[in-house]
Design a protein around this ligand. Structure first.
Ligand code: ARG
Ligand code: ZN
Length: 465
């Protein structure tokens, strides 16, 4: 089922078939666009007046100086007439903004780019083209870790969760506004470029190459990824449960290596997740491994990022499960991040249970044995107020424990139906914790408000489970 070919040069031929597959997948997308509201955890991010349909990023990169000369074309729909609108952007100098083919006024205010079109926008479609030139910065998270445009020894990688996209992508930087993406990134000879989705073209550009990647399924800005460097490129494919041929692209920093396990196990992990959650939601897969020492792996859409050393099988399971939970079915507000991290952690537990390791129940019991004053119990998964707690243990572990408790309550059969239904019903959409609770009650026919209150909302160690 899996064919493995190792190539470092032209990737073009199979890429064309890949883009066709993408077009087919895009035509069957059904979920309605969610309303984009400013996020309550990052109130300065996100703008409610419009909805982005697509980003087209043309970026010329000089690895030696970290200079990016970029033109980002945004196609969007205004919900109402507007004299001006905001984009989230903390990147280098903006050299021009053009709205509907006319030069527009703009000012920078903190992380906002405030754009005043020559003519007020009417309700409906408009386009904005933002050009910038300079070094995109890194962004330091509230928890102290690094994201955004991160320089590596031989290039850079952009990793954006939760708000790092603003360092290189002028955008509506909130998970509720999903869009399609095209990346046309140019790099000098000897370098390769990876991004989300499918490689549709490589074309000469000066003495270097322009790499065009397209992500046709809707994507939140925090899941976008671009990597530029000297990579070993491996291309293979796997067949999805519904018979699609999924191209897999692996870009691994030549100097770092260590990603062989992650590469080899991916087809099996995708198949494992498909049996549990339904067909893989995207048209391609793979990973990127680079020497950005950020200290975490990231589920960047279709192509997770792994730091030096690659990833254990368990981490591959985690980031692959995110393709269903987080990437296809995406939170609307960051407070609901347990819907992504809880499920991804739970998937790790399912994998270990199925492979001679601890079962979900055993993981649960080991965690439940912790003292009442352990940090696992506070703040409750959806109740944190400090953005530094976004990736805290309650979100991951207490979040996954919630699913174990739910399964025990409604039974394995209904729980399995719930997981598949959740992934199918909200594919490519945005959700809230309440949506999940409602579906769980509907599938099981049980009232579950006490269970969810106890496990997701009440501070302290839940009793009686
Ligand atoms: N979502 C990533 C994962 O679960 C973790 C991202 C951590 N990011 C951070 N800024 N601390 O694999
Ligand atoms: Zn995760």
């Amino acid at each position: 089922m899996t064919s493995l070919r190792r190539r470092t040069a032209s990737l073009l031929a199979s890429s064309l078939t890949a883009s066709l597959a993408g077009a087919v997948a895009a035509s069957v997308l059904t979920a309605p666009p969610a309303a984009a509201k400013p996020d309550t955890l990052f109130p300065s991010m996100g703008n409610g007046g419009y909805q982005v349909r697509s980003y087209d990023v043309a970026l010329d990169y000089e690895p030696l100086t970290n200079r990016a000369i970029a033109t980002v074309r945004i196609r969007a729909v205004a919900r109402k007439a507007m004299n001006r609108f905001h984009l989230d952007f903390s990147g280098p100098e903006v050299t021009a903004v053009v709205v509907d083919q006319q030069p527009a006024g703009f000012v920078r205010r903190g992380d906002e780019l405030v754009v005043t079109p020559a003519e007020p926008l009417e309700k409906g479609r408009f386009s904005a083209v933002v050009s910038y030139d300079g070094e995109p910065p890194e962004h330091t998270d509230p928890d102290g870790s690094t994201e955004g445009w991160v320089r590596t020894t031989d290039g850079a990688v952009a990793v954006n969760e939760p708000i790092g996209a603003m360092t290189w992508l002028p955008s509506n930087n909130t998970p509720g506004d999903k869009a399609r993406f095209t990346f046309r990134v140019s790099a000098p000879a000897g370098y390769s470029v990876v991004a989300n989705g499918e490689l549709v073209e490589t074309a000469p550009h000066g003495t270097g190459t322009t790499w065009t990647w397209r992500q046709d399924e809707p994507m939140s800005t925090y899941l976008a990824m671009v990597g530029i460097g000297r990579y070993d490129v491996t291309e293979s494919s796997t067949t999805s449960i519904d018979g699609r041929e999924l191209p897999l692209w692996f870009f691994e920093d030549s100097a770092v290596g260590g990603a062989r396990t992650a590469r080899q196990v991916l087809p099996e992990v995708i198949a494992f997740c498909e049996r549990l959650f339904g067909a893989y939601p995207f048209s391609s897969g793979g990973h990127v491994v680079d020497d950005a020492y950020v200290g975490y792996a990231l589920e960047t859409q279709t192509r997770p990022f792994y730091p030096p050393g690659g990833a254990s099988t368990s981490t591959v399971v985690h980031e692959t499960a995110h393709q269903w939970f987080g990437n296809s079915v995406t939170l609307t507000d960051w407070h609901d991040i347990w819907l992504a991290e809880g499920w991804a952690t739970y998937a790790e537990w399912l994998w270990s249970g199925a492979h001679d390791g601890r079962t979900p129940r055993e993981h649960f019991d080991a965690l439940y044995a912790r003292d009442a004053d352990d940090d696992l119990w506070s703040p409750a998964p959806t109740e944190f107020t400090d953005p530094a707690d976004l990736f805290g243990e309650p979100v991951y572990h207490r979040g996954a424990m919630t699913l174990v408790v739910l399964r025990r309550e409604i039974g394995s059969r209904d729980f399995r139906r719930l997981g598949r239904k959740w992934a199918a019903k909200h594919a490519y959409g945005n959700v809230t914790t309440r949506d999940f609770e409602r579906l769980a009650e509907k599938v099981s026919g049980e009232r579950l408000d006490d269970l969810f209150d106890d496990w997701l909302r009440l501070d302290g160690k839940p009793k009686g489970y």
